[in-house]
Design a protein around this ligand. Sequence first.
Ligand SMILES: *Cc1c(COP(=O)(O)O)cnc(C)c1O
Length: 289
Amino acid sequence: MTAFDTHCSSLTRAVLPGHSAEILIKRDDLIHPIVSGNKWRKLKYLIAEATERGCNQLVTFGGAYSNHMVATACAGAVMGIRTACFIRADEAIHNHYLAAARLYGMQLIPVSREDYRQKEQLFDAHFGQQPAAMFIAEGGASAAAARGVAEIITELASAPDWIVHASATATTALGLAQGIAARGLKTRVLSVAVLRNGDEQREKAREAGLDHIIHVNDEHTLGGYAKTSPELMAFIREFIATTGIMIDPVYTGKALFALQQICPEGDILFLHTGGTLGIFSDAYLKQLT
Ligand SMILES: *Cc1c(COP(=O)(O)O)cnc(C)c1O
């Protein structure tokens, strides 16, 4: 048993600001205080594979505000495996994500946006001589990641009509839908795109034969990744103050704000995917507090 085999993720009832209906929230944010819940889910079987293969080095990729980077750094620290992350950056950046990753002992390797696109080449150039180094895709995207996410469905006592969540690469959506299909449930997944890649996400659902379960809504991106509006910020402030649950403008806050406006019929379970560090970025704090 390791810290990556156990976790607690409970259910909380909440009322969205400006609404009367209650929703249930699956608290994957409680899995870890720093690591995003869905990044933990995605890493679970990747870490198991690394341990089985005797890997002593995890190598991954991320932006300077990457929840996946921090999650991988923490996983490595827990498991006693060295970690490194290529950081996409045109200039030197210091923030609390990079600080957390460093504290967990991760080696950070800043590379230009151009070089960052050639991930296999970067891996080969820096870690090609190390047979025990393992390549982990940006965001942890993989079949193993979807398998970890699918376990969320086995933890539910009853099947809601909708599971709503913040969606970026669609890995979380695919995992949820796989879990739903495996159990033969009627539940559908409402994936709120947090960036303008709705068509890409729909295509992934179609390719996987899961588009009858996954509905991608890309009408609430507010113009793109990490983009906000005064209305979103007001919603987030009120939600946190009235529920005691932290949400962030990039992922869960944006998805909940969209849910407040879409509000599909039926029982709704919102999956809180984590991402708590997101609220503590200077630019957001200035607008919020
Ligand atoms: C990465 C992340 C997501 C998006 O997950 P995908 O599997 O890429 O769609 C959602 N919420 C949080 C908090 C995240 O860190």
